[in-house]
Structure formats: structure tokens, C-alpha cells
Design a protein around this ligand. Structure first.
Ligand SMILES: Nc1ncnc2c1ncn2[C@@H]1O[C@H](COP(=O)(O)OP(=O)(O)OP(=O)(O)O)[C@@H](O)[C@H]1O
Length: 265
């Protein structure tokens, strides 16, 4: 479903600010894989997500989605494959437009997936059923401006917009980190539900190690631009935070700086 092969990215090459952000990243996801990604600040997690979405192009290496090489395909042309939710609840939706208008935009972006359910009433019913799944009563607020919604409601809507057309790849970039604990819990629960219902191939970056353990069937740890640990579905169910910390220590020969991770921020 997704293949990253030999991906390298250097920012500000040959200058005093040179930074190797990704160093020979290789990652294969089978359809329906849900991979959580942890790693220290600056490990390269967002850069890797940007390589998949097309926001960035690698210096070397190839990105393949559903068997199509998309390495050089710009972000707007890749959007038919990708659903993405960012940390900032304000990032995924247009505040001055209504809930229905926001859904219509997300819907029309994905016509190539053959999911068009017609226009007018059929499409409205589809929106309504989709909103009902969130359990927030948004299906009764079709004409509310999205800017009037709370951060949690808005992030739930972003999540719905990123998933309801069944993207080939769903990218979640610390999408619960900016929410208070109860809202974060709601979005985590909805994530699980929507990913499972759609059997979506998903990558989720989180600083919350417990969340990374609880969600998904695989986990990877990044550090200094590399994937240093990959936990597969056989091992993940019994994984613990101390396991992750001791694995890091074994690989890197130093203790993991885990404050932010343990706090789950
Ligand atoms: N546009 C850019 N120009 C220069 N350097 C960059 C750029 N984007 C990222 N970097 C650098 O590349 C490295 C990897 O950054 P990235 O944002 O991918 O890390 P991250 O793992 O997502 O970190 P965090 O958890 O702090 O968000 C960092 O050292 C960062 O400063």
C-alpha cells in the first residue's frame, strides 16, 4: 500500500545549518496497517509525513502508494490518496464556511476514488450519516459556521473529513496533542473507530507513548532521521513503556529523554 525506499532529506545542504532530517528511511505498509510513530524532537517524524503527503520531495529515494510511484507528484495531485489531520484543530477546516460546505469540499477532492454518491439529497444523507458517527450532534448543525465549533468538535470534523472518503493513506500528525485530556480521549476513540470501520492504512505521530502503544498494530521509533526500532503486530500487544525505553537505551547507548512522552503531551 505504501513503500518508502531509501528516503533521504537534507535541509540547508553544504551550509553551517545543514541538517540531515531523514537518513535512508525504508518503510513498507500493508493495506490496513496502523503504524504509530514515536521519537524525540527533531527525529524526522513530520518530515517523513511530509514526504508521504508530497509537501516535501526527497533528495534520494522513492515513495510508492498503491503501486504508483509518486515521489515527484506534487501535494495537490497526491491529495486523492491522502487524508491528513494536523495538530492544530484550526488547520484542517475552513472557519468561515459551514459544516456542510466543509464536508462538500473534502468530498469533492476525492472523486477519483469512485465514492461519489450523487449530489443533493443523496450526498446530504451521506454527510448526515457520517456526522452521526461522531456522536457530537453535528448532524443537526449543518449550517453552523465551523469557526463557531469548539477545538474538539473541529478536530472531530477534520478527522471525519480526512477519513470519510476512505483515503489510501491516513496521516495523523500529533492530532490530539493540542486538546485537553477529555477532548484528546474523544478524538483518540473516534480515530480508533473510523480507522477500524474504514480499514484505513494509517500513520500516526504521537509524543504520548501510551497512546502509541494502545493504538495500531505496529509501532516505529525514530531518532536522528532514522527508524531505529520497528515493532510488528506479533510483539505490539505486550509492549510497555519500560520496554520502549530500554530498547532505546540498548540501541543508542543512552537514556531516552522521555519527559514529554511520559506526560503524554
Ligand atoms: N524546512 C526546514 N528547514 C530546515 N530544517 C528543517 C526544516 N524542517 C525540519 N527541519 C529540521 O529537520 C529535523 C527534523 O524535523 P522534523 O520536524 O521532521 O522533526 P520531528 O520528529 O517532527 O520533531 P518534533 O517532534 O519536534 O515535531 C529537525 O532538526 C528540524 O529542525
Amino acid at each position: 500500500m505504501l513503500k518508502l525506499e531509501g528516503i533521504n532529506k537534507i535541509f540547508n545542504e553544504a551550509t553551517p545549518d545543514e541538517k540531515i532530517a531523514l537518513d535512508n528511511i525504508n518503510l513498507h505498509l500493508a493495506p490496513g496497517d496502523f503504524v504509530t510513530i514515536i521519537g524525540s524532537n527533531g527525529a524526522g517524524k513530520s518530515t517523513m509525513m511530509n514526504m508521504i503527503s508530497g509537501a516535501l520531495t526527497p533528495d534520494f529515494g522513492a515513495v510508492t502508494i498503491e503501486g504508483n510511484e509518486v515521489t515527484k507528484l506534487p501535494e495537490y495531485k497526491r491529495s486523492q490518496y491522502i487524508g491528513r489531520v494536523f495538530q492544530d484543530p484550526m488547520a484542517g477546516t475552513a472557519p468561515s464556511m459551514t459544516i456542510e460546505e466543509n464536508l462538500a469540499i473534502a468530498y469533492s477532492r476525492n472523486t477519483k476514488r469512485g465514492l461519489r454518491k450523487g449530489v443533493g439529497r443523496g450526498r446530504r444523507d451521506f454527510f448526515k450519516t457520517s456526522l452521526e458517527k461522531l456522536g457530537l450532534g453535528l448532524e443537526n448543525r449543518f449550517n453552523a459556521k465551523v469557526g463557531m465549533l469548539s477545538g474538539g468538535e473541529r478536530q472531530a470534523l477534520s478527522l471525519l473529513m480526512a477519513t470519510f472518503t476512505k483515503p489510501s493513506i491516513l496521516l495523523l500528525d500529533e492530532h490530539t496533542a493540542a486538546l485537553d485530556p477529555s477532548r484528546a480521549e474523544l478524538i483518540t476513540r473516534l480515530t480508533k473507530q473510523l480507522v477500524e470501520e474504514g480499514n484505513l492504512t494509517t500513520l500516526m505521530v504521537t509524543h504520548n507513548m501510551q497512546q502509541a502503544i494502545d493504538l495500531g498494530n505496529r509501532l516505529i521509533m525514530m531518532d536522528k532521521g532514522q527508524i531505529i526500532l520497528s515493532i510488528d503486530d506479533a510483539k505490539k500487544p505486550t509492549l510497555t513503556i519500560p520496554d520502549l525505553m530500554s530498547e532505546f537505551e540498548k540501541i543508542r547507548g543512552e537514556k531516552m529523554n522521555s519527559d514529554r512522552a511520559l506526560l503524554g503531551s
